[in-house]
Write a protein that binds this ligand. Structure first.
Ligand SMILES: *[C@@H]1O[C@H](CO)[C@@H](O)[C@H](O)[C@H]1NC(C)=O
Ligand SMILES: *[C@@H]1O[C@H](CO)[C@@H](O)[C@H](O)[C@H]1NC(C)=O
Ligand SMILES: *[C@@H]1O[C@H](CO)[C@@H](O)[C@H](O)[C@H]1NC(C)=O
Ligand SMILES: *[C@@H]1O[C@H](CO)[C@@H](O)[C@H](O)[C@H]1NC(C)=O
Length: 385
């Protein structure tokens, strides 16, 4: 059996594996509570793709699939002709390298994972996810840049075109990472504001690194010229906002108001939700800042339509998760399938394998719509990491 030799190799290598620097990115910590519960309960997760029925069957505005063959064209068009000058966009994510050994405590192993022709240990698969994150951006938005915010003490090196590593001093320990992430975003905006007069202007999208960009996002800045920052929402009373996607217009106004907004989120995080800093504090704080605005009508979250609202001095664009932050578990349930114009797929929780599998599928059969069928029909399955 394949797994036997894998285990033998693992046991043999164990002392070495524990000495390796451990890598971890925000996405690994950022699980929904339900996912965490299931993570604890279910060890019956799959180490290979399992396809089921695709949600949204028969719905006219949802992707229709026959196996992993898409019956509709999605609006993907990386090379198509645009009527506007493509906006300059930089994706910003937080990713760090640890040399602590506490990863081994969380799921008990440094197991070897095989996707396609590649095998990864825990450290390597974190890097593999980061690389797939970059790959998708470079396919969907080849002109954009990727900026990786990281601990100056970590020796992360990524040698890829249009990708830069940007050290920001801070406290990147595992239990502080979500807090540090907002701090890093704020520090990054501060530095870009200082540089603003001489720097080339970029619009920024701050994202988790477990997302796949599958369609052009420059249109958001073009189609909604008045927002300073954009957030993604879903129809969920406890957690209406997801912090995995925050767009910031690269003007002085956009960046300075986004900075002030995030500083308020940070203050609320520290004063109200510091106990939740490992997981959801930032999302709870984000929701608190938005919902504490007396003129905000939370009923707007019920309808998956973009809307603009002034919140604490910033013009905030609210974008539906169904299109800008589509998540497999909710996609099958809450979103009732996958919209044809989905732009971002978020592989939250234990769906990281699906992210690697998706890229593996796409690299041998480069059709985004077919790959979305693979994600859609696989979305309710729990995978092994
Ligand atoms: C998607 O494909 C299905 C099956 O071919 C078809 O019935 C449906 O009209 C298509 N939807 C759109 C919006 O093109
Ligand atoms: C691109 O758009 C321009 C202006 O609309 C048009 O003239 C040109 O033919 C288009 N090129 C392609 C390859 O579609
Ligand atoms: C990690 O390693 C660096 C040098 O490689 C060391 O300076 C640092 O103290 C280590 N951190 C921890 C938490 O062990
Ligand atoms: C995996 O390896 C096989 C045999 O070497 C090769 O034919 C195939 O193209 C590889 N697949 C990928 C996705 O690289």
């Amino acid at each position: 059996m394949r797994s036997c030799s894998g285990w033998r190799r693992l046991l043999f290598c164990l002392p070495l594996v524990f000495l390796l620097p451990h890598l971890l990115s925000v996405m690994e910590l950022h699980r929904e509570p339900t996912m965490r519960d299931q993570h604890k309960k279910a060890r019956n997760k799959f180490d290979h793709l399992v396809l089921g029925p695709a949600a949204g069957e028969g719905l006219p505005d949802r992707l229709q699939c026959q196996g992993v063959k898409a019956l509709n064209k999605t609006h993907f068009s990386a090379s198509s002709n645009r009527s506007y000058v493509a906006e300059s966009i930089a994706f910003v994510t937080v990713f760090t390298v640890y040399n602590s050994s506490d990863i081994s405590k969380t799921s008990g192993s440094s197991d070897v994972t095989t996707v396609g022709n590649s095998s990864y240990n825990k450290v390597e698969r974190s890097i593999a996810i980061l690389n797939v994150f970059i790959n998708f951006i470079q396919v969907a938005m080849p002109k954009s840049n990727v900026i990786i915010l990281t601990d100056p003490a970590s020796d992360l090196s990524i040698n890829r075109d249009k990708v830069s590593v940007y050290p920001i001093q801070g406290e990147y320990s595992r239990d502080k990472l979500m807090l540090q992430r907002i701090r890093s975003y704020i520090a990054f905006l501060e530095r870009k504001l200082e540089d603003h007069s001489r720097d080339h202007m970029h619009n920024y999208i701050f994202v988790d690194s477990d997302i796949a960009v599958v369609n052009d996002l420059g249109q958001v800045f073009h189609d909604y010229p008045d927002f300073h920052l954009a957030l993604t929402f879903r129809n969920n009373k406890q957690q209406p906002l997801n912090s995995g996607f925050i767009a910031v217009r690269g003007t002085y106004d956009g960046m300075s108001r986004a900075k002030v907004f995030l500083q308020q989120v940070l203050e609320v995080y520290i004063s109200k939700y510091s106990g939740a800093s490992r997981m959801l504090g930032d999302q709870l704080a984000l929701a608190w800042v938005v919902l504490s605005d007396a003129s905000f009508d939370a009923k707007r979250f019920a309808k998956a339509q973009p809307f603009l609202k002034d919140i604490k001095g910033a013009s905030v664009l609210f974008l539906p998760c169904a299109m800008y932050n589509w998540t497999p578990p909710e996609g099958a349930g809450q979103f009732h399938g996958m919209p044809l114009d989905v732009k971002v797929v978020h592989f939250k929780g234990s769906r990281k394998r699906l992210m690697l599998e998706s890229w593996n599928f796409f690299s041998s059969s480069p059709n985004i719509a077919d790959m979305l069928c693979l994600i859609l029909s696989s979305g309710r399955i729990k995978y092994d990491f």
